[in-house]
Design a protein around this ligand. Structure first.
Ligand SMILES: N[C@@H](CCC(=O)N[C@@H](CS)C(=O)NCC(=O)O)C(=O)O
Length: 368
């Protein structure tokens, strides 16, 4: 009998939620393995070059890292229930929402977890038990504390700064309202079945906002359609075989304010990261990874400004979106371009990102 797929990750982890919900939906059999300290810091480090979760170990013992690469690989192998739409606007929107769900929400997920003490007992209990199963509680608590310290060390960089807490909370409440209004009318982001876009957004929504006590109580519980979507995504019950995306490559009107926010906030952030990275790469060898973070960017949020460090990895995610556009036939590119114009998103197509390759959690310039 062949070895099963093994997903190394935690329920506490953003990107593990993305991959777990995806594998369940696809009906791919896998062992959901809470990753322990030895596997995380030794085996995964050796196999992927990074101390990171999730990792999907395949039956032929390949250790796949990065949720986007994992999903790409599985989509090639398992044709049933495709999660990438086949029509151009929905396909482009799915990749764009993936980049946003993966990258934009990181400060929100980190703030709503680490800025509120009521969340810590859940983290300490689960992380401790996963890292050192069978060890005495006090040793597990020390191990969880060590990992928590590393994660807290990233807060300042990703924009979790006390003077920005109110802005982060206001933004999150408004976005959760928009998502709740959408899910009250349409069961998934692009129609009656989930796509890449839903799997990305459920990373932050399942592992962090929908599960950590503070955001679960304050942000998610008052919004029942959002709560139901998270629960549907996590349960992945069999779908009605007729479940379809919206007809005629349409995007629901309830998704439009969310997309407008992406074009007004996420795209300017990406542009600023690109300016910094492009300058850095003027004198940088191909294949040499760049630092995980660069200087601050300033993101317009309504009348306010959110400051956080530029993460070059974000550009690798946006490169995926632009690659999808570049691979479309010309008449489909025209559909996407006019759809972008209709929502104020045309600057996205003007981005010229230097060709990047991913190396673990970092990126490096690649041959064009
Ligand atoms: N963008 C990646 C990265 C995975 C990731 O950031 N995982 C987090 C836990 S949810 C982690 O292990 N972070 C460690 C770090 O950033 O050093 C993905 O899509 O899988």
């Amino acid at each position: 009998m062949s070895r099963p797929y093994i997903l190394y990750g935690w329920h506490l982890s953003y990107f593990t939620g993305k991959v777990r919900c995806y594998l369940q939906y696809k009906g791919i059999e896998f062992v959901d393995q809470a990753v322990d300290m030895f596997t995380l810091t030794q085996r995964i480090k050796r196999k992927t070059g990074a101390v990171v979760m999730p990792v999907l170990r395949t039956p032929d013992d390949t250790w796949l890292q990065d949720s986007s690469d994992i999903i790409d690989r599985m989509e090639e192998q398992f044709a049933a229930r495709p999660v990438v739409p086949s029509t151009p606007v929905q396909k482009f929107a799915a990749y764009l929402l993936e980049a946003w769900g993966d990258e934009w929400w990181i400060p929100i997920a980190m703030h709503t977890r680490w800025s509120y003490a009521e969340n810590y007992p859940l983290f300490e209990r689960e992380a401790g038990a996963h890292l050192l199963p069978g060890f005495p509680r006090w040793v597990q608590r020390r191990a969880a504390g060590f990992v928590a310290g590393n994660l807290r060390g990233m807060l300042q960089r990703v924009g979790v700064r006390s003077e920005q807490f109110q802005l982060l909370n206001d933004w999150t409440a408004q976005m959760c309202d928009l998502l709740d209004a959408h899910f009250a009318r349409v069961p998934y982001l692009l129609g009656e079945r989930p796509t890449l876009a839903d799997f990305s957004l459920v990373g932050t929504m399942y592992g962090h906002l929908g599960r950590d006590p503070w955001p679960k109580r304050v942000m998610v519980a008052p919004r029942p359609a959002l709560r139901d979507w998270i629960d549907r995504m996590a349960a992945s019950p069999p779908l009605d075989p007729g479940a379809a995306l919206l007809a005629d490559d349409a995007i629901a009107p309830t998704l439009e304010p969310i997309l407008r926010a992406i074009f007004a906030q996420f795209v300017p952030m990406v542009e600023q990261i690109n300016v910094q990275l492009t300058a850095l790469l003027r004198d940088w060898p191909l294949g040499k990874p760049v630092p995980r973070s660069l200087a601050d960017v300033e993101i317009p949020i309504g009348n306010a400004v959110l400051r956080r460090a530029a993460l070059p990895y974000t550009l690798w995610m946006v490169q995926r979106v632009l690659d999808v556009y570049a691979a479309l036939p010309l008449h489909e590119q025209a559909n996407v371009a006019s759809w972008l114009v209709s929502l104020g998103g045309e600057r996205l197509l003007e981005l010229r990102i230097p060709r990047l390759q991913r190396m673990g959690l970092r990126v490096a310039p690649a041959a064009a």
